[in-house]
Design a protein around this ligand. Structure first.
Ligand SMILES: *Cc1c(COP(=O)(O)O)cnc(C)c1O
Length: 356
């Protein structure tokens, strides 16, 4: 068994969804499954969430929506990036709900035939969404198109920082824009919160929350159950004298007689090169530091203090001793990027009580 094994606990994803759903009270809990369900596999993840009762899904692109439609024929599937160019016809044919982000997208949706849609408002993040100054004109010109808007949404920029004043500012901006849209789309529901906003409290949850990272075991949902474990085998072990260099650039040199083990994963597998000599892996509950540069397909670790290591010892890369956010901190990034970078070369195992 030479490939590293990535285990994805679908039951833990379902438990995280249920925990967020309980916390959301009256609001419905939708799931963000963009980017292949944060790298964990769209088909198994979306299937498990639908099985648990989740009915609202969010992807980024039309192609992701089409892939999800083939898996979930009846779910409400929202395309966060809206429709680009002439994508409207295909979105309509697939029964996908575009989040219309600009007056131009609303017009394109009408020209494609219109139908159920969402309207995204820019409440201060300046990324996607109709800006406040354009709203009145848009509603005047495209009121009929937007009569079919079933969801008025916006997105918080600072929800992982509960004390950040921008949270309340965005909520007030949202509240200010809602009545204008409701005047043409009285039945539309409201959505502002992703995982972070869901945790900010009731005022942020409105009718529907759109949780992603919390389902997958990441911060800011500190109570999330871990979802991912990654273990790798040792594929070579060597003993080196003091003074011997290891790896590209000879950037690490043994300061004592050392034992170095090579593992079959590297930056092409999402183990970022900036982690070179900057993190540890875990062996039977104790850390073993990286030695030298991470290569594309390999990394080397110092197992001098782990005399029991053999080529059959499983090495913990992500697991109970070091979760995705701790690894992210060492890589100066966030858990989201650790997950979405995981790559396609791991042998994937899905834990699912209903399937296995
Ligand atoms: C990605 C995304 C979400 C989910 O965010 P998490 O922080 O992962 O919960 C929700 N809404 C929008 C608009 C997004 O882009």
């Amino acid at each position: 068994m030479i490939a590293p094994v990535l285990t994805i606990d679908l039951d833990a994803i379902v438990r995280n969804w249920r925990a967020l759903d309980r916390l959301s009270g009256m609001a419905e809990t939708g799931a963000a499954v963009k980017a292949d369900a944060y790298g964990l596999g769209l088909e198994p993840v979306a299937g498990a969430l639908f099985g648990a009762g989740c009915r609202h899904f969010f992807v980024a692109t039309l192609d992701e929506g089409i892939a999800l439609r083939a898996i979930l024929p009846t779910a409400a599937i929202h395309i966060l990036n809206g429709i680009q160019g002439d994508e409207g016809g295909e979105a309509r044919a697939q029964g996908l709900i575009p989040c219309l982000n600009a007056p131009r997208q609303v017009t394109a949706w009408r020209q494609a035939g219109g139908g159920p849609c969402a309207l995204q408002l820019d409440t201060g993040m300046a990324r996607l969404g109709v800006q406040p100054g354009d709203l009145a004109t848009l509603l005047r010109d495209e009121g009929e198109t937007l009569a079919e808007c079933g969801l008025i949404m916006s997105h918080l920029a600072c929800a992982d920082a509960p004390d950040h004043p921008q949270n309340a500012a965005q909520r007030l901006a949202f509240d200010g824009m809602i009545p204008l849209v409701k005047a043409v789309a009285p039945a539309a529901r409201l959505s502002l919160a992703a995982t972070g906003g869901t945790l900010l409290g009731r005022d942020y949850r409105y009718d529907l929350v759109r949780c992603g990272i919390g389902l997958y075991g990441g911060l800011p949902f500190a109570d999330a159950e871990p979802v991912v474990t990654l273990t790798a085998p040792v594929i070579q072990i060597r003993d080196l004298p003091a003074g011997a260099p290891v790896g590209y650039g000879a950037s690490w040199t043994a300061t004592r007689p050392s034992r170095i083990a090579t593992l079959p994963l590297g930056y092409a597998d999402g183990f970022h090169r900036c982690l070179s000599s900057a993190t540890s892996v875990w062996i039977e509950g104790r850390p073993a530091p990286l030695a030298g540069r991470v290569s594309m397909d390999l990394l080397t670790i110092d197992v001098t203090d782990h005399p029991g290591v053999t080529e059959s010892t499983p090495i913990e890369i992500i697991g109970p001793n070091r979760g995705i956010d701790a690894l992210a901190t060492d890589a100066k990034t966030i858990g989201y990027e650790v997950l979405t970078a995981l790559g396609t070369r791991y042998r994937r195992r899905y834990k699912d009580a209903n399937r296995n």
